[in-house]
Write a protein that binds this ligand. Sequence first.
Ligand SMILES: [Zn+2]
Ligand SMILES: [Zn+2]
Length: 157
Amino acid sequence: MGLEKPITGGCYCGAVRYESTEPPVRCGMCHCSMCQRWLGGAAAMGVFFEVDSFRFSKGEPARFMTSKILERHYCADCGGSIGHRYKFGDTASIEIIFVGTLDEPKAVDTPSFYFGVEDHLPGWITLREGITQIRADTSPQIAERFAEEQRQNPDTE
Ligand SMILES: [Zn+2]
Ligand SMILES: [Zn+2]
């Protein structure tokens, strides 16, 4: 049970550090417009850890809700994004860490799914064959809550 050596990582400046004593349960990319806006990039690359074996080992992340169901974790000192956590369903037991914050990102498996593909930017990222594609708007629970929240695109309010 557990890893001999925890998987570790943290923000750019090192004020916030985390560790997991278990390997990730899955990895996936999110192409949704909220992840794009939050990260300033084309997609989020997430490594999923069970919260039971995950902890912030140094400092505490600052928190920001980008929708009613998603809490973003970042460093208040350097501003670096660390990860996020859904606030509903079975995903509430998962901390989703951005792969680039890991101390050894090359050790982590490739993604098994692409989420939010309706917002995918094909000029920047090529979706690989054989990886499950999921539209965020096909999950009624998620689509409904995302629709309530327009903060990611304030000009449309
Ligand atoms: Zn920092
Ligand atoms: Zn997203």
